[in-house]
Design a protein around this ligand. Sequence first.
Ligand code: ATP
Ligand code: MG
Length: 228
Amino acid sequence: RRMRTRTRHPVNIAIFGGTFDPIHSGHLRAARAAARRFRLDRILFIPSGTPPHKLRDRLTPFPHRYAMVALACGADHRFEPSLLEAPKRNGKPHYSIETVRRVKQRLKTQDRVFFLIGADAFLDLPHWKQYRQLLGLANFIVVSRPGFRNGEIRKALPPEQVPARGARGASQAIRLRRTTVYVLTGVNSPVSSHAIRQAVRAGRSVTGLVPPLVEQYISKEALYRPGR
Ligand code: ATP
Ligand code: MG
């Protein structure tokens, strides 16, 4: 058994974090497009128990968000719900840099780790804990999202890590010292969790915007209803 693990093929794995309140078809389309383009073997969907940045009050309790992620992951054998950012006992937030390190500890050095992220979230990266180090730990796949120009992505990078424009690679792949930031265009899904919460609150259907089992779960648990 040990031999098998030692000699197995390198694995391409992506880490996909978010509040997932709720998970929706935009997340799934982004994940599928990334899996196709980068031949991903596994994608870890990691709902954030206590997000450092999103202090939106009344975030849906973690167990519900995790349950919906788990239901959505049933649709694809490469998708795995992860408890890596389940709320800590001490109430402290999880930081992506630590999550990436924990994932890498469980892998072989030859495995390739990608950090999957939407363009909006990527532009916020300079505010993340130890973001320079984070950029050196994994390759990034930045997925286009309506309203966010791909040209902005370069500006979110620390200047000293970015090669001079045109030095190497196309604008779709920005090579940093140790990792590469890939821009995945062509998804452009307009779906957002915010819009889904609003639709449910207003009594509108969200069919097609979330997987059918997630739609059922939202309805069974009466999530996102007025007064909640
Ligand atoms: P909210 O409206 O509450 O902010 P959201 O739809 O942005 O929710 P998040 O859970 O905040 O979803 O996002 C998790 C990750 O998925 C982020 O990296 C985000 O940029 C990305 N993402 C969310 N929706 C899309 C989409 N439609 N296309 C591409 N990436 C997306
Ligand atoms: Mg968001």
